[in-house]
Design a protein around this ligand. Structure first.
Ligand code: FES
Length: 56
């Protein structure tokens, strides 16, 4: 499922980043351009990061 439509970033891509050590939105944004345009995905991206950390 797409989290960030502006940049075509999926929940799978975010989960993979968390598996590789990303643990915050700031961290994630070093690796991909999530939430850098309209910003509507910001809250959902944070939720996916948190859920992925719980499941990791
Ligand atoms: Fe992510 Fe617009 S949907 S910046």
């Amino acid at each position: 499922m797409y989290v960030c439509l502006c940049n075509g970033i999926t929940d799978k891509a975010i989960k993979k980043a968390v598996e590789n050590g990303c643990d915050s939105l700031a961290d994630l944004r070093k690796q991909m351009d999530v939430a850098d345009q309209c910003g509507k995905c910001r809250k959902h991206a944070v939720e996916v990061i948190q859920q992925s950390k719980i499941l990791a």
